[in-house]
Design a protein. Structure first.
Lengths: 671, 86
């Protein structure tokens, strides 16, 4: 993985960006590619790349051109099927100069045009600039594993892997977009193309944007999740499908282990998904095998016993970072510098600390189990939706909601009140079951209750320009899908892409120059999972049913039998000490700071902070789920404002800190 | 039990919810709004309310008292408290 950025005068009326500006833009994201940086400039365009060298370390330098030096590319990510694509292109007469996947992109685009993107199996953000055709193409992988941000203004287009590279240009204003903040406090993240910064778009996953002569880009979708019609006949028996899934997953894992010129490690969470991936990875590659885990001082979150069982089975060289509350508080401001958006949980922070350990151990790429819960219906939200749908057919039934005891065993042991409260919570919106979004409304409504703490002025600015509604841009065939498929589509597009693979994935790994690789998000695995009938994934209330059918033989029995445990970390408690909140949090949440940022109501925040302080002195103090999300969300909003100086004015250009190794200057060459 | 007492309880409950759950927002709900449907109280929030009531009025709730319908709005809580302290 690498970082890319650039600035292009697509209408040809402005000069190319200076060498210094391009160097500053790429320096801002040098953590993504510490091995080498390169820039290219001609009369209209400047491209820059920070490279983490994993494939063809010697010859894969960027920016790279075709033989005629007309077509240039900068590229972040991996095309895992580059070997197969290259074979196909060579058979068609194309001659390669390197064995890098970057060159495959150039040839694939020349041969197939925009159609090349649907042939790429991998994770990527790409910028293609043709200096003779004056065409700029920006493209992003199907799921959105690799980030890509764009600003188009006055005939000029800026793009970059992270927003901080755009902010390196003093011409780019830094201002909070209320719509992006509002979405964060509903969906946990802004939904592309919205970001938390005004005037800056995130390119949608599975999309490419083409500029020809004007800064109004035209988007083309090359992939989005699609599912069979509800009740469609299954193309495979359950046994056949089980075998096919295992084969596809093994192949996806093998590609990700072996398509690298550096050793690849594996994350072990202690859960089923990463254990299966680790086992398949172990079976696909010879040599030393390295595994990495997060452990917690807080027993409530710790999964060490399972991680140890799995690493013993694998015989891996296992590394663990033990995370305490103070470590979370200490790292959190850096985490927000990398997420570039508020977060409602501290859970990204341990992933940030884990990638630091991985880098310190000399590993550049790791496999994880990310994606299984979305593709194979592992999350509780899918089971909740199934029970609510069943209940909605007889809403006066008092027996049907008792099914919630099956997915939350603590409810069976809870007093009548807690149970009644839980049932009242899930009953809300029951009359809407079957409508788009009904699977997710309990989560969205709970999160949105934090918006009561917005300041009046901020709430008015949201109302004046309301954020986009994901339910307004659903595919036409959405309503023909099964309820599970509809819920999966929303989970993939509103949480996996905007939050999990970003704030908790790419950003936390790339902060320490580590590339994540996700076999469950392989194109062939995803398309296969989506084609399965819902009952193979969620069999009654048994989640990831098809995965468990073959996982049993691959992992220790205790892991195969385990109830799913959601990955969590200490939230508000991480920031509380006996003397109050940690210093920077007291400061960022003080009434003057809150008023200065303007997003939240100082009185409301003061009440929340008072309540949080009691956690440090009163062992019986209560701080609920909503309170936790509010505190972490408000604190991270405040930190974001400080880190990026989002006061509506452009900031000073960042200092250039990295040495540009590769400097291609074509500004004197007529096109 | 008088209506006046119930009203006083309602004011006390509202003060508590406004200061510890709504953090000063007095317009968020009316005394008859469902506290669960409006998302004002999550499961921890309701336990905070119960703990507050037990301290303030020196009463103890039995398990059989703790059903959601007794706690779903400020007025319902106030009426229920009134039945406990006579």
């Amino acid at each position: 993985v690498c970082g890319i950025s650039g600035k292009v005068s697509v209408d040809g009326r402005h000069a190319a960006p200076s060498r210094e500006l391009l160097a500053a833009m790429v320096a801002a994201i040098a953590h993504r590619g510490p091995d080498e940086q390169g820039i290219y400039r001609d009369r209209r365009a400047g491209l820059a790349s920070a490279r983490l060298a994993i494939v063809d370390i010697a010859a894969g330098q960027q920016p790279m051109s075709d033989a005629s030096e007309s077509q240039w590319v900068v590229f972040n990510g991996e095309i895992f099927n580059h070997v197969e694509l290259r074979r196909e292109l060579e058979a068609a007469g194309r001659v390669f100069r390197t064995r890098s996947d970057t060159e495959v992109i150039l040839h694939a685009y020349a041969a197939w045009g925009l159609g090349c993107f649907e042939r790429f199996n991998g994770q990527w953000a790409i910028a293609l600039w043709n200096r003779t055709e004056h065409e700029l193409v920006l493209a992003r992988d199907p799921i959105g594993i690799c980030p890509l941000y764009v600003r188009q203004h006055g005939g000029t287009v800026w793009f970059a892997s992270e927003v901080k590279a755009l902010f390196a240009d003093p011409a780019v204003p830094r201002e909070i977009d209320p719509a992006g903040i509002d979405q964060t406090f509903t969906y946990w993240a802004p939904l592309a193309p919205t970001t938390v910064f005004s005037g800056i778009d995130e390119l949608l996953p599975g999309t490419c944007r083409v500029y020809r002569g004007s800064a109004d880009g035209v988007d083309h979708t090359h992939w989005r999740p699609t599912f069979p019609e509800a009740g469609a006949t299954a193309p495979w028996s359950l046994d056949e499908a089980t075998q096919l899934l295992q084969e596809r997953l093994a192949e996806a894992t093998r590609l990700r282990m072996t398509r690298a010129d550096v050793p690849v490690g594996v994350y072990l969470s202690g859960g089923l998904d990463s254990s299966v991936i680790a086992r398949l990875a172990r079976d696909s590659a010879a040599g030393e095998f390295r595994t990495f885990s997060v452990a917690f001082d807080d027993a409530e979150f710790d999964e060490r016993s399972y991680q140890d069982q799995m690493s013993s089975m694998l015989g891996s060289r296992h590394h663990t970072v033990v995370v305490g509350r103070d470590a979370i508080a200490a790292a959190f401001p850096d985490v927000i510098r990398h997420t570039e958006r508020p977060v409602l949980r501290t859970a990204p922070t341990p992933m940030f600390l884990l990638s630091r350990l991985v880098r310190d151990e000399g590993i550049k790429a790791v496999l994880t189990g990310e994606g299984a819960d979305e593709m194979l219906a592992g999350y509780d939200i899918f089971r909740e939706a199934r029970i609510r749908e069943f209940w909605a057919r007889r809403p006066d039934s008092t027996l049907r909601p008792l099914l919630f005891d099956r997915i939350y065993p603590y409810l069976a042991r809870s007093p009548a009140l807690a149970k009644g409260m839980a049932h009242a919570f899930w009953k809300r919106g029951l009359d809407r079951m079957g409508q788009p979004g009904s699977s997710h409304e309990p989560r969205w409504w709970t999160t949105a209750s934090i918006k009561r703490m917005f300041s009046a002025e901020f709430a008015a600015s949201v109302a004046a320009a309301p954020p986009g509604d994901p339910l307004a841009s659903l595919p036409a065939e959405f309503s023909s899908w099964s309820s599970l498929a509809r819920a999966q589509y929303l989970e993939i597009t509103t949480l996996l892409a905007p939050y999990l693979v970003s704030s908790q994935g790419d950003r936390m790994m790339m902060a320490h120059s580590v590339e994540g690789r996700f076999p469950f998000l392989d194109r062939n695995v995803v398309d296969f999972c989506n084609a399965l009938p819902p009952g193979y994934k969620l069999a009654n209330l048994d989640e990831k049913h098809i995965l468990k059918r073959f996982a049993t033989g691959l992992v220790p029995p205790a892991i195969a039998r385990r109830k799913k445990q959601a990955y969590r970390a200490p939230d508000a408690a991480a920031f509380v000490t006996e003397g109050g909140l940690v210093d920077y949090a007291e400061d960022a949440l003080s009434a003057p700071s809150i008023a200065d940022t303007g997003v939240f109501n100082p009185t409301a925040v003061a009440g929340l902070v008072r309540k949080a302080r009691r956690l440090g002195t009163d062992g019986a103090a209560a701080f609920g789920n909503t309170d936790n999300m509010a505190l972490v969300g408000i604190l991270s909003t405040q930190l974001l404002d400080r880190v990026f100086e989002t006061n509506g004015h452009a900031g000073a250009a960042l200092q250039m800190t990295s040495a540009v190794l590769r400097d291609i200057d074509r500004t004197d060459t007529a096109t | 039990m008088t209506d006046l007492q119930t009203t006083e309880h309602a004011i006390a409950v509202r003060d508590f919810i406004e200061s510890t759950v709504l953090f000063g927002d007095s317009n968020a709900i009316s005394d008859d709004d469902s506290l669960t449907e409006t998302g004002v109280l999550d499961s921890t929030g309701i336990l905070e309310v119960i703990s507050f009531l037990e301290h303030r009025y020196s009463i103890t709730f039995d398990d059989s008292d703790l059903v959601a319908s007794n706690f779903d709005s400020i007025n319902r809580i106030a009426s229920f408290v009134a039945t406990k302290i006579v």
